[in-house]
Design a protein. Structure first.
Length: 188
């Protein structure tokens, strides 16, 4: 960026990481009550992966069929919102009292999120959100009282958290500065 005096000033861009979820009250990812930050992206494709939405490094559309009310119930809002025609009527489902289910054509989907914005049942959502180190640490510190009372803390998981090493290390350092117990869940 050029200043009025002709000098060039380069702004330092904040370090960011991509997550797919932040889960409070995790009791299986370390001692005590914890908050687990799940980072997006993993180079492995383990058949037993319990979070396949964590594997891709990019943001992607997620559809939870059990939340879908049926496209007739919402007057096809998601179908109409998709600029690429990646959504259409699917099979009639017994559990969708109001009609047809949704069919997602992933090969056409650009992951823009317009359909998710229109889905009031939140059956459609974008999986993947970018955080700066300070944004994530701020979110994780909201649960600090639970950590202190239970001997818990924060676990960084994934995907594979070490695929975003600079971000992961910066978050862990900031949490340590705040006196929070940390753990790292890694495939390594």
């Amino acid at each position: 960026m050029k200043k009025e005096d002709g000098t060039i000033h380069m702004e330092k861009k904040a370090l960011t990481g991509r997550l797919y979820d932040v889960q409070g009250f995790s009791v299986q990812d370390g001692p005590g009550v914890r908050t687990t930050a799940f980072l997006k992206g993993c180079p492995l494709r383990c058949p037993w992966c319990h979070s396949p939405e964590s594997q891709a490094f990019y943001k992607q559309l997620s559809w939870m069929s059990m939340r879908c009310l049926g496209v007739q119930a919402c007057k096809e809002r998601c179908i109409k919102a998709c600029p690429k025609g990646a959504l259409e009527y699917g099979e009639i489902r017994a559990d969708a009292a109001s009609g047809g289910s949704l069919q997602l054509k992933r090969d056409l989907c650009g992951n823009c999120g317009k359909c998710a914005e229109s889905c009031y049942a939140e059956a459609l959502s974008i999986c993947g959100k970018d955080y700066t180190v300070e944004e994530l640490v701020g979110r994780l510190l909201q649960d600090k009282k639970f950590y202190e009372r239970s001997g818990g803390g924060v676990t960084i998981s994934g995907g594979e958290a070490l695929c975003q090493p600079e971000f992961t290390i910066a978050v862990l350092r900031r949490l340590k500065e705040e006196g929070v117990h940390t753990a790292l869940d890694t495939t390594g």
